[in-house]
Design a protein around this ligand. Structure first.
Ligand code: TXD
Length: 310
């Protein structure tokens, strides 16, 4: 196997991400959790599906970081998910402790890896991993925008009854209630949805996108979404290990881009073998810029709380 991908946290998102990656067949996957036996059991079960699934990639489960040594990519999903009625920000203190500890252990054995953070509150947890790892920003990236955009694309496709493949969408900003779906840059076969749908319908879709995670949490009653999130993580891993140079919305540590500094925020980036290889600065109008500023301020507030503990 050419690439080693370790997934920390073998819960819902971790296990489904692991399965999606091994099924693609080009990585050696390590699934790690603090719970003893559980990651080994899940990995064994997935490995035994290979003869029928038709893939040759290997997967192992473990509770020992030595098994993740020299990973090319590490995905951090460790932490607790929200309960019905909770905001992502309410997970801050618990997941901060977990992500800090996990990052320290990951970096001690894989000093050259690229880290993808999934744990919530996403932008603040990605900031934690950046500061604790001491890595350059290109190698510490948060997953949210692909998921939020996939939700936006799904709703547009259902509304217009066209293939999701024809729909491109960008949802920028923080992964929270202040995220910024951009209808002007959301297109169906190249045509902006602002020319295809009326304002009221677009607003309905935008609001549903903002609350899409919560909609699933309240239906599930326990835990949060994982099928769409794991698909989004797998796309990021694929773009990195295959050096695809794909333009994807990801949470990235901005240093002046879009007029923001020292804050993680979802923006379109080029993802390849070196992690983030470029930030794409698309033109925003006054309203879009204002929404992005509001979103950045919400992330900054969380980051400032963490700075006292980092
Ligand atoms: O868009 C996004 N970024 C997100 C984020 C989309 C979906 C889920 N999002 C967040 O990911 C969610 O709010 C949670 O904070 C994480 C993980 O969600 P998941 O649904 O996978 O939660 P689970 O099923 O509870 O799994 C978490 C696992 C569980 O098995 C714990 O035992 C493990 O994390 N865990 C740890 N593993 C390793 N090391 C430590 N310290 C640890 N603590 C808990």
């Amino acid at each position: 196997m050419r690439f080693k991908v370790s997934i920390i946290g073998a819960g819902h998102v971790g296990e489904t991400t692991a399965l999606r990656i091994v099924e693609k067949g080009n990585a050696y996957v390590v699934l790690l959790d603090v719970v003893k036996g559980m990651p080994e059991g899940k990995a064994l079960d997935m490995a035994e599906s290979a003869p029928v699934g038709g893939f040759d990639s290997r997967i192992i489960g473990s509770d020992n970081y030595e098994t993740t040594k020299d990973s090319d990519v590490v995905v951090i999903t460790a932490g607790i998910p929200r309960k019905p009625g909770m905001s992502r920000d309410e997970l801050l203190d618990t997941n901060f402790r977990i992500v800090k500890e996990v990052t320290e252990k990951v970096c001690s054995v894989s000093p050259n890896c690229i880290i993808i953070v999934v744990s919530n509150p996403l932008d603040a947890m990605t900031y934690t991993a950046l500061k604790v790892s001491g890595f350059s920003r290109e190698r510490v990236i948060g997953m949210a925008g692909i998921l939020d955009s996939a939700r936006f694309r799904s709703f547009v496709s259902w509304e217009l009854n066209v293939s999701v493949e024809n729909i491109h969408a960008f949802v920028l900003g923080g992964h929270g209630d202040s995220m910024v779906p951009l209808p002007r840059y959301t297109t169906v076969a190249g045509v902006p949805i602002t020319e295809l749908l009326d304002d009221e319908t677009i607003e309905k879709i935008v609001q549903r996108t903002r609350k899409a995670g919560g909609e699933i949490v309240s239906l599930l009653k326990e835990g949060s979404a994982y099928y769409a999130p794991s698909a989004a993580v797998a796309e990021m891993v694929d773009a990195i290990i295959n050096d695809r140079k794909k333009i994807l919305p990801c949470s990235y540590y901005l240093q002046g881009e879009y007029g923001f500094k020292d804050v993680y925020l979802g923006v379109p980036v080029k993802l390849g073998a070196n992690g983030v290889e470029e930030v794409f600065e698309i033109e925003l109008n006054k309203d879009e810029k204002e929404s992005l500023t509001k979103s950045a301020n919400a992330v900054k507030e969380l980051i400032e709380k963490l700075d006292r503990q980092l």
